[in-house]
Design a protein around this ligand. Structure first.
Ligand SMILES: NC(=O)C1=CN([C@@H]2O[C@H](COP(=O)(O)OP(=O)(O)OC[C@H]3O[C@@H](n4cnc5c(N)ncnc54)[C@H](O)[C@@H]3O)[C@@H](O)[C@H]2O)C=CC1
Ligand SMILES: Nc1nc(O)c(N)c(N[C@@H]2O[C@H](COP(=O)(O)O)[C@@H](O)[C@H]2O)n1
Length: 273
């Protein structure tokens, strides 16, 4: 097991109370609370290149991300991230289940959006190994087609499952509409979802059509430039008539310095034209 999955993180209450207003709260809403969260460089890159894992968050903002994980029922990524990063997708905050706490308390459900079955898992895949060790919940795979038997068997052996969701039948085969995905997860008892990336997922969710869906955005900004060629956060342009207009902005904004990084919290709105 890599040392990073053995570490135990601390996120002080003085800092968590600054972030709490942007986190899920008990409500009678049918729709799960959706938080979009990621780390970028000053040139809005998530990573140095497609398929390359890049550590941007410093220790303090990394602890913040793990605190966010403890506050959501599920953590969702696209398969591009699963393949690039082999992520743990668990919560390593002191007191979470497997890290000093009881059972799987505070551990989010990892969910990988893999419409065509690209993710190849085995016993060494980090979130499978962590589920076996009871240091994280077993992953769920969201697909648009039946899953290979060996993948399903391995997932089910650690308590995971495969959810098959119908894609959009138009010019984008294998694209699941986000509202439908969130509704499906709500049907499985998920009331809050933290979406971590990667580029294609984030850029999709920053388009105005999803702003009723995404409740808050929490971005860690690291003081570094990664340069051209990275995986960038840059949503599709928005055109009104023949004019380009801003896509979106955040309201109710708070900037929280954490170590050398700054964490930007806000609620997305479609920019007024
Ligand atoms: N700095 C950060 O916070 C983070 C960085 N990353 C980085 O991002 C990069 C990966 O980003 P991408 O290559 O853009 O991959 P991605 O993780 O966004 O996955 C894209 C894939 O997800 C699936 N997908 C996305 N939306 C879908 C939908 N609506 N319906 C069905 N399937 C859908 C498709 O198969 C698509 O090809 C990696 O280098 C990773 O290290 C990833 C997460 C966070
Ligand atoms: N918050 C944050 N900061 C970074 O610098 C990152 N590279 C990421 N990436 C996301 O975290 C996942 C890795 O998590 P584990 O430590 O393996 O649990 C990675 O897959 C991205 O979703 N996030």
């Amino acid at each position: 097991m890599a040392s990073s999955t053995r570490e135990v993180l601390h996120f002080p209450a003085t800092q968590s109370k600054l972030i709490d207003p942007y986190l899920p709260f008990p409500s009678k809403n049918e729709k799960p609370y959706v938080t979009l969260t990621f780390a970028t460089s000053l040139d809005s890159n998530l990573s140095l290149a497609p398929g390359v894992q890049t550590h941007l968050s410093g220790p303090e903002s990394k602890a913040m991300t793990h605190y966010l994980r403890s506050q959501h029922d599920a953590i969702l990524i696209g398969v591009g991230t699963a393949v690039a990063d082999d992520p743990s997708l668990n919560c390593r905050i002191e007191g979470a289940g497997g890290y000093g706490g009881e059972g799987l308390t505070g551990q989010p459900r990892p969910i990988v959006l893999d419409p065509r079955g690209r993710w190849e898992i085995n016993e060494k895949t980090k979130c499978i190994a962590l589920a076996r060790e009871k240091k994280g919940k077993a992953p769920w795979l969201v697909m648009c087609q039946p899953c290979k038997k060996e993948v399903r068997d391995l997932l089910e052996s650690v308590g995971g499952q495969v959810l098959v969701v119908e894609p959009v039948v138009d010019d984008k085969p294998s694209r699941i509409p986000w509202h439908k995905l969130v509704e499906t997860l709500a049907g499985e008892g998920i009331q809050s979802i933290m979406i971590e990336g990667g580029g294609s997922v984030i850029n999709d969710l920053l388009s105005p059509q999803y702003f009723g869906l995404v409740d808050s955005v929490i971005v860690t900004i690291a003081p570094t430039w990664l340069g051209k060629g990275g995986v960038q956060v840059c949503p599709e342009e928005r055109i009104e008539g023949e004019t380009r207009v801003p896509v979106a902005r955040l309201k109710g904004v708070k900037w929280v310095p954490l170590g050398e990084d700054v964490v930007l919290c806000g609620r997305p709105i479609v920019s007024p034209t």
